[in-house]
Design a protein around this ligand. Sequence first.
Ligand SMILES: [Cu+2]
Length: 160
Amino acid sequence: MKFIRSIALAGAFAAFAVPAFAHDFAAGDLTIDHPWSRATPEGARVAAGYASITNKGSDADRLIAVRSDIAASSDVHEMAVDGNGVMTMRPLADGIEIPAGEEVKLEPGSFHIMFMDPAKPLVEGESFAGTLVFEKAGEVAVEFAVEGMAGPSGHSGHNH
Ligand SMILES: [Cu+2]
């Protein structure tokens, strides 16, 4: 329950923050809305990336890879609660499907991008460049806005 409340709070904060940070990117039938990341403490081993991806086309596409100069490597992850109520995450080898006519949200507690070994801490208010690689739409350059550290990290217990 605590987790659910945290998510609701994060949602409220995100909605409040949108006017200052709203930005979106398009490629073919895809729209990538508001790519964002969360500020990280000194020495963090990972950073997360989020965005809403809408597919206005009639064919499914797939987010298969992500690249950014801030990180040694990047993966596409899914977070879920396992049978014991523990939050776990796993890399998605096949990426994330973006079904035709649907919106897929990468957000805390769900699908996300994981930037491994970021070269320096991410600072709230700054942004960094990244490239989303889709099976059909190809490579899309985006800018991740770094938001505050407050709210659910979504990555406590992360052990990469
Ligand atoms: Cu992860």
